[in-house]
Design a protein. Sequence first.
Length: 120
Amino acid sequence: MSSTLAPVLVGLVALIQATIAVVEMFFWRVPKVHSRLDYSDVDANRVAAIVQNAGLYNSFLAAGLVWAVVSSGHQDALATFFLVCVATAGVFGAATLKPGCLLLQTLPALLALAAMWIKK
């Protein structure tokens, strides 16, 4: 990642994933949070463990992207792998939760991938 834009965009995607992870792991039961996905308090409590588990996976994606940015080797391979994972998670989230996942996860990941490929 020799250009300046690529690592910045990869870092931005990592920040988005970390934010999603924190919200899912620690704030899911807050009505303002789960109501955005049309969950009642009762239903939100029923699925809280599953959502927290998904948050943990999102934290792994964020960690992988940070690793790609700070790594001294294989940055492009690491970033490509984790960005494709994020983009895929966004597509799956759009299909199963809300279409907004495409804007929140897939689009930033694809922009970061494009920035990496354009520099070559």
